[in-house]
Ligand binder design. Sequence first.
Ligand SMILES: [Zn+2]
Ligand SMILES: [Zn+2]
Length: 423
Amino acid sequence: MDINELLKGRKNCGCKKDHKCEIEHVRIGSGVINELPQLSRKYKNILIAADNNTYRVCGSRVAKLLEDKTECVKVFDGPGLLIPNEDAIAGLSACLTQKTDLIVGVGSGVINDLCKYVSYKNNLPYFIVATAPSMDGFASSGAAMITNNMKTTFSAHVPAAVIGDVDVLKEAPIEMIRSGFGDIIGKYSALCDWKLSELVNGEYMCKYVYDLTYSTVERTKQLADGIEKRDAQAIKTLMEALVIVGIAMAYVGNSRPASGSEHHLSHYFEITGIIKNRGYLLHGIDVAYSAVQTQKLRQKIIALGTMPDKTYVFDRAKWEEHIRKSYGFAADGVIELQDKLGLYNAGLEKIYREKWDKIIEILKQAPSAENLCGVLDTVGINYADFEKFYGRDVIDDAVLYAKDLKDRYTVLWLYFTLFADSK
Ligand SMILES: [Zn+2]
Ligand SMILES: [Zn+2]
């Protein structure tokens, strides 16, 4: 797959949209970090951002490569993990001057989100030099920040350049490499949800973007063996997949091709983990487990055979009680969002009854939970660890109430109508 071809965009697509992606350069390969001076030649006053670890891994090299025009090197060196919150935003913003014309982030998830957010707010371009193939946000326009103790994805912009030097990426902690792989495997669930929403809600769907994402996931799935061995070619293909998925999101203008019920579960674990001080797993690891979980839900629905005569009658008071129990101080925002959306009163049950056979047909297209578990096992992501970490009660709550965090239809809504009563 030639990523630079994808960067040119796609006019007159079958979905009647013109697709584009504003990223100027993507370089993925061995030694590509050395192209930085050339790629940044039009900039004169550069702010480099890294944390303790990423500075050691390759931030110092980036600073050396850009020595003559580096205005400031900001290394976040707090005691714990860097969190993309108000303090970090203020810390990075304080390094900007009137002259700054480029921010170069050296890192993965948090550094990428932070640089994306601050550069966007200050109307500056940014580059990301990836240090781990850990998630799919490099090429996307959303910045996942934690403000007011809540995880919120702000719409920002894409980087001007993504640099993934395989010599650096393959030395990343194995958990981060697994996380990137898990984030990609989660797309099976996201893509199935997209199709389901097209059928149930008439949501916009682009077959080209769907196929692009699906084929990228299939290619990555074959790599499981090489991923665990840090094989350079496997790591390169994984990084490419993470970037292609980002481009797919840019093409449709939202995260639909890459994020569905599995991401909603993972966000539930993250947010309630913060609120209840329980902790949570790395993003892509959570997504991988959650994709197995949402697939189990699809299989439970398929096993029904026909649509039951009686389905769950929405009980507002009971629902509110559950939302308050799950989300604590963040519950008001969740309730407000769902009141605005109105999916509980959208007459979904009638649509399900009318389209049941087609719904089942779509659900059957996703790979089975057993298949996903087998692939994930190969890279050391074991589903039993997921149940051990969160416990069945928390996972069951997530299955019923994670959907309420978002304004996006997924299989979780269908599952709720069919099975909420049984809890
Ligand atoms: Zn299209
Ligand atoms: Zn993700």
